[in-house]
Design a protein around this ligand. Structure first.
Ligand code: MN
Ligand code: MN
Length: 463
């Protein structure tokens, strides 16, 4: 190396492909970690299904249901389930909770099509469901792909029935139809945003009339009869239901080299899964370790299962109180990695990214100092001190990482749960996996970045 090259090496910064920074053994470990993730992704498509999965896994790993009246000692593992739609896993640390807890907070809701409260209708001898999309979607992407239906229906007598149809081999699928190009001359003149409108996201669910029926809405009657036989429900039960239409396909390797994974809902299960795996392996940490899986991030974190609710602060307060500590002191001393995805640079659409400050797939987890839009509107801008702390932590422990903004200044923007965590006076920064085609029915991530997320969260909990 020449003197100038040495100087460059010493003085300049650039992020590189994680392959250049890790051993062959670690590469294998990363690839095998991805296998578990793919199974999880194929099995869990909604917030409720993630909570069920995590609950089961946690109990198998020695976690017990959190009891706010109990008291816990270092190494104890507890799980707090918020209405079956959000969950906290905690491993009690050696230090008092009042000295602060270490939190990894991801969200487990993803963009999708929710059924309206009164969804079922018949038109032209088809039965269809009306939907209301959930989260930020490009609506045209949700037509002409196989959909599955997941969720819960609460019946008049208060009992509930779970629905999961369209996932298993042999299950029927559902679909939002689109216009043939031959007759789409007018539609094609619409803007992309209007190409498919919200009220055109109607899901096709059947087409045969009820046998020997001469009355009206015979196809609808037939569908309702099938649903009644299978689930014991009547039309009015839709009024108290949460039914979500999601892509019916599972997770796959993408690319000849199998370096990437395609799946529905990487945002943000690609951060939820590694943060769960990390807390399961936290052992007996110095500081209490929390993995928080929140609902409702995609609609702004509102509602009692979103992180704009107080449930996480109540939980930490309860832990502090059990030890004779004070909630506000525990919160103020806490640190959080807001675990959410960022946009990976897409070479097909380079114009929206500022290449010096965007994240790239395969360069490790992306630390996002601030999100928001315009003049950093609506962000929790992490302090230089907390960025410095995370930088040292990752560098000293072999976590491959990069920084990234969400696109060019004034190009758009977005937010995460970080600001809701910060509102409790907790130090927080966004750390997550870069994603291609974010919010599309089939998003893409890199296996190496997924593994580095796991390594990053484990390091944060244990070092
Ligand atoms: Mn997200
Ligand atoms: Mn999102």
């Amino acid at each position: 190396m020449s003197k100038n090259e040495e100087l460059r090496e010493k003085l300049f910064y650039s992020a590189e492909h994680a392959c250049k920074k890790i051993s062959d053994d670690e590469l294998k470990t990363a690839d095998s970690f991805a296998e578990g993730y793919k199974k999880f992704m194929s099995a869990c498509k909604t917030e409720r299904e993630v909570v069920d999965f995590v609950k089961k896994l946690a109990h198998e790993n020695g976690f017990v249901t959190f009891d706010p009246k109990a008291s816990y000692k270092a190494g104890d593992k507890v799980i707090y389930n918020n209405r079956g739609k959000a969950v906290i896993l905690a491993v009690i640390g050696k230090r008092p909770v009042e000295e602060g807890v270490h939190i990894a907070a991801a969200h487990i809701d993803s963009p999708r099509l929710d059924l309206k409260p009164n969804p079922l209708y018949e038109e032209a001898e088809f039965a269809l469901f009306k939907t209301h999309y959930y989260g930020g979607i490009k609506k045209y992407q949700w037509t002409a792909i196989p959909l599955a239906l997941h969720g819960v229906v609460v019946k008049a007598d208060g009992t509930s029935v779970e629905v999961n149809i369209g996932e298993d081999a042999g299950d029927p699928k559902f679909v939002v139809t689109d216009l043939l190009p031959h007759l789409a001359a007018e539609q094609m003149k619409r803007s992309l945003a209007e190409g498919i409108k919200g009220e055109e996201l109607n899901i096709l669910i059947g087409s045969r009339p009820f046998k020997d029926d001469e009355g009206s809405e015979s196809v609808k009657l037939n569908i309702m009869n099938i649903l009644n036989e299978k689930y014991g429900i009547v039309e009015a039960d839709f009024l108290s239901a949460e039914l979500e239409a999601v892509p019916a396909f599972g997770a796959d390797d993408v690319g000849f080299d199998r370096s990437l994974i395609g799946a529905y809902g990487h945002d943000d299960r690609v951060c939820a899964y590694p943060s769960v795996m990390a807390v399961l392996e936290a052992g007996e940490p110095e500081y209490t370790a929390l993995t928080v899986l929140a609902d409702k991030e995609e609609t702004g974190s509102d509602g009692n299962t979103g992180l704009n609710s107080s449930y996480m602060a109540y939980f930490i307060g309860d832990l502090a109180r059990m030890q004779g500590g004070v909630a506000s002191i525990a919160l103020s001393n806490s640190e959080c990695l807001s675990a959410d995805v960022n946009a990976a640079f897409d070479p097909t659409f380079p114009g929206v990214y500022e290449k010096m400050n965007t994240s790239f797939a395969n360069r490790g987890i992306v630390v996002t100092k601030y999100t928001g839009s315009r003049g950093k509107g609506g962000t929790s801008d992490a302090s230089a001190e907390f960025m410095g702390r995370v930088r040292r932590l990752f560098n000293e422990n072999g976590v491959v990482w990069q920084v990234g903004e969400l696109g060019k200044v004034d190009e758009g923007g977005g937010g995460t749960v970080a600001k809701y965590v910060a509102s409790h006076n907790i130090d927080v920064v966004d750390v997550g996996v870069p994603v291609l085609s974010m919010h599309a029915p089939y998003e893409v991530i890199s296996k190496l970045d997924l593994y580095m997320a796991y390594k990053g969260f484990l390091t944060f909990f244990t070092k």
